[in-house]
Design a binder for this molecule. Structure first.
Ligand SMILES: NC(=O)c1ccc[n+]([C@@H]2O[C@H](COP(=O)([O-])OP(=O)(O)OC[C@H]3O[C@@H](n4cnc5c(N)ncnc54)[C@H](OP(=O)(O)O)[C@@H]3O)[C@@H](O)[C@H]2O)c1
Length: 234
């Protein structure tokens, strides 16, 4: 898989930067997307890659990212929709704007990034989409109704996409982690201290596993990861 071209959204964040680190080490050519250019530069750490700062609120940015990737590297092999926003708020206090924002970043942006990238992914010998959902794509937690709606939507369209594109040679996977120790969880769940939690590198290892399996006939549609202290198969 060396030299394959991979787009990572949210590459400036906790999980995204860990995924980028693992893929840099494995010799991938990376496109780092995120809003904060300084943080993206820090992740790149002088390594050769394409840095595309911008907000996923903009359809123009999504189109631009796909065009620039193809212009720079000649194609796209892997798309990792990792960027996301969380929210912890009572149901009755969530405004229409807040609902739209979370649905836009967590569901709409990955939907249209997949749509724009798929013509190029189909030309690849290993076209792969990995969408980072959450345990909340299956469950509902109090104070997370908008976040749960957005992650259910992400999982839902991923299932359809996997079926629609399997015969066209593109694999679509979902990784659904429990609480991972990043800024997101530090803000949304300040009660969690990091003790016994998933680490961003655990998600990066899971991404690497899915990519390695691309060379086999085995497909893991979704991988759910939970804390050891949580009940299995819940
Ligand atoms: N942490 C957890 O417990 C956990 C558990 C399950 C699933 N997840 C999922 O894992 C993914 C990564 O989360 P994380 O924990 O690494 O969070 P994080 O550290 O807060 O990173 C979030 C990333 O999303 C990017 N982002 C947010 N809004 C954006 C926008 N409007 N336009 C472009 N990029 C935007 C951020 O970019 P900037 O920093 O440049 O603004 C950042 O790179 C998310 O989809 C999250 O839902 C997280």
């Amino acid at each position: 898989m060396k030299d394959k071209v991979c787009i990572i959204t949210g590459a400036s964040g906790g999980i995204g930067s860990a995924i980028a680190e693992a893929l840099f080490d494995a010799g991938f050519r990376l496109v780092l997307m995120g809003r904060d250019e300084k943080k993206l530069q820090k992740v790149a750490n002088g390594r050769d890659c394409l840095i595309l700062p911008g907000s996923l609120n903009s359809d123009g940015y999504i189109n631009f990212a796909v065009e620039q990737t193809v212009k720079t590297f000649g194609g796209i092999d892997i798309l990792i929709n990792n960027a996301g926003v969380a929210q912890s708020k009572p149901f009755e206090e969530i405004s229409p704007d807040e609902y739209d924002e979370i649905m836009h970043i967590n569901a709409r942006a990955p939907f249209f990034l997949c749509q724009k990238a798929l013509p190029h992914l189909q030309k690849s010998s290993c076209g792969t989409i990995i969408n980072i959902a959450s345990v909340v794509a299956h469950k509902g937690y109090a104070l997370q109704s908008a976040y749960a709606a957005s992650k259910h939507a992400l999982l839902g369209f991923s299932k359809s996409l996997a079926k629609e594109y399997a015969e066209k040679g593109v694999r679509v996977h979902v990784i659904s982690p429990g609480a991972v120790f990043t800024d997101m969880v530090k803000i949304s769940r300040p009660d969690l201290t990091g003790e016994g939690m998933l680490m961003p590198s655990d998600i990066a290892e899971t991404v690497m596993y899915l990519i390695k399996m691309r060379n086999t006939a085995s497909v893991a549609d979704e991988i759910e990861l939970h804390r050891e202290t949580k009940e299995p198969f819940m």
